[in-house]
Write a protein that binds this ligand. Structure first.
Ligand code: ATP
Ligand code: MG
Length: 134
């Protein structure tokens, strides 16, 4: 694991844009961090780094947004179990060949594939963000 200290949202965006270069089709990335930590900001940066020009919006109400089959952005905040994710057909996207970014993956832990990559975003006492990644 490595650590990046992000001073502001644009730092996180730019870091994620670079991080995107390390991703391969089919990678599933679990984004951990409390509400407001910057998981969606990070996702926007990854999309930019992947050359996706559509605006990336938080998929809280849709659970998952599909960016042309290249990127699937999940927000599992409103899900309460892996079974629920399975029943909604969300888990199929983990194996669909695009990069998956998953916010609140802890809510569907039993449904996650093996060998996911993980990114932890911690809010520091002075309001910056420590991004721990592999
Ligand atoms: N260093 C930083 N990195 C990322 N975001 C930051 C940073 N400093 C401040 N912010 C602010 O924190 C907020 C992060 O919001 P974001 O929607 O990305 O959080 P989230 O982790 O996706 O939350 P949620 O769990 O509600 O989906 C934004 O308002 C952003 O401007
Ligand atoms: Mg979010």
């Amino acid at each position: 694991m490595a650590v990046f200290l992000s001073e502001n949202a644009s730092d996180t965006f730019d870091f994620a844009k670079e991080y995107a270069k390390t991703l391969r089709a089919g990678d599933v990335v679990l984004l951990y961090g409390e509400m407001g930590a910057g998981k969606t900001v990070f996702s926007k940066g990854v999309a930019k780094g992947m050359g996706i020009e559509d605006e990336v919006l938080s998929p809280t109400y849709a659970y998952m947004n599909d960016y042309s089959g290249k990127l699937y952005h999940f927000d599992c905040y409103r899900l309460s179990s892996g079974e629920q994710a399975e029943a909604l057909g969300l888990c199929d996207y983990f194996y669909a060949g695009g990069v998956c970014l998953v916010e609140w993956a802890e809510n569907i832990s039993s449904a996650l594939p093996e060998n996911c990559r993980r990114v932890f975003i911690n809010i520091t006492p002075d309001g910056k963000r420590e991004i721990i990644y592999e």
